[in-house]
Design a protein around this ligand. Structure first.
Ligand code: ZN
Ligand code: ZN
Length: 345
């Protein structure tokens, strides 16, 4: 599996040389549904977890009254299967069968919230051999990301935990990790995906630049898009050209710059040493949208040549953060073992 980001429509550093020193390498993960093995990098796949090590459970406070009814992993999988089966039928047969409708109605009634500790869910597993921009502690070459599939007080996102390991030291692999009996939301259950990591170069969103450079880049962007047709994606957003197409890649990625959206950028500081933290893993709701079509990989554009077949889905992991945002994990640049932090962007 290979995914290739199309060449950016402009060489932005040639236009604004001041961006040159701000270039960062990001690795787009390009998750696509599949059946990954524990020995592979994945999203939502089986982890290379030592059989001898207890599986983590969350003992935090779950906002049960706010999240009822909860759903369950089995119900989410059944719902996705029903939806996929319907979509695979000819267009005039896509309504649910009576049996499917009954199953969907039962799923919609939900489940009571969690009682006691909640088994954490595998979200991502990243091997250093696939993702060279990871900065592991000495001797580690594997990052495992898990989350508790419930929001916690003061946080509108699942609570993440990171585990670094040396793959060679794992030994026997835990065959059947526990699953949480309930989840807050179907969007907190990642669909198993294989990855096609690809390095790209990113520049900060204009909101992160100093005011002078930001103003010049936005004015230049507006000029590039000043012939925008009424009602098109740049109508009223002409000065966003740089932000959308030339700065930060959408979708799941490691490293690079942060995808700030609804809040202004705020520096994150390491709780242990005070260093300014850097974006480490972006967990995205979508791989692209109407505003950022230029980031759709070449292979996905060409996969249905000449035919009316549907485009590849922009939501391969089926993860939803808030109303379609990103969960951004930050790490300390000096010490990978210092506690990470996360925010919704
Ligand atoms: Zn929890
Ligand atoms: Zn630190």
């Amino acid at each position: 599996m290979l995914r290739t980001t199309p060449k950016r429509p402009e060489s932005i550093v040639a236009v604004f040389p001041a961006l040159g020193p701000l270039a960062r390498t990001a690795v787009r993960l390009h998750p696509r549904p599949g059946s990954p093995f524990p020995e592979e990098s994945s999203v939502g796949g089986p982890l290379l977890w030592p059989a001898a090590e207890p599986w983590p459970h969350c003992e935090g406070t779950h906002r049960v009254p706010d999240v009822l009814p909860a759903t369950s992993p089995e119900d989410v999988r059944l719902q996705r299967d029903i939806q996929a089966a319907a979509m695979n039928r000819p267009p005039d047969e896509r309504g649910y069968t009576p049996r499917e409708r009954a199953a969907m109605a039962r799923i919609a009634t939900g489940h009571p919230g969690p009682e006691g500790p909640v088994a954490m869910l595998a979200v991502a597993q990243l091997y250093l051999r696939d993702i060279a921009v990871l900065r592991p502690p000495a001797d580690a070459d594997l990052l495992q990301v898990l989350w508790c599939p419930f929001d916690h007080p003061g946080q509108n996102m699942p609570r993440t935990e990171l585990f670094w390991r040396a793959a060679a030291a794992v030994g026997d692999v835990l065959a059947a990790p526990p699953l949480p009996s309930v989840l807050q939301d179907e969007g907190y259950l990642p669909q198993p995906c294989r990855l096609a990591p690809e390095q790209v170069t990113e520049y900060p969103l204009s909101a992160e630049l100093d005011p002078g450079l930001r103003a010049r880049i936005r004015a230049w962007s507006a000029l590039q898009k000043n012939d925008t047709a009424p009602g098109s994606t740049y109508d009223g957003a002409e000065d966003r050209y740089y932000d959308r197409e030339l700065s930060v890649a959408p979708g799941w990625k490691v490293g690079g710059w942060a995808p700030w959206s609804f809040t202004d950028p705020v520096p994150r500081h390491c709780r242990a040493c005070g260093s300014e933290m850097e974006p480490m893993l972006t967990i995205a709701t979508t791989e692209w949208n109407e505003n950022v079509r230029s980031w759709i990989p070449v292979e996905d554009r060409d996969s249905h040549p000449g035919g009316p077949a549907p485009s590849p889905t922009p939501t391969p992991t089926m993860v939803t953060i808030g109303d379609g945002y990103n969960l951004q994990i930050y790490a300390c640049p000096l010490a990978p073992q210092h506690p990470h932090t996360a925010s919704v962007q």
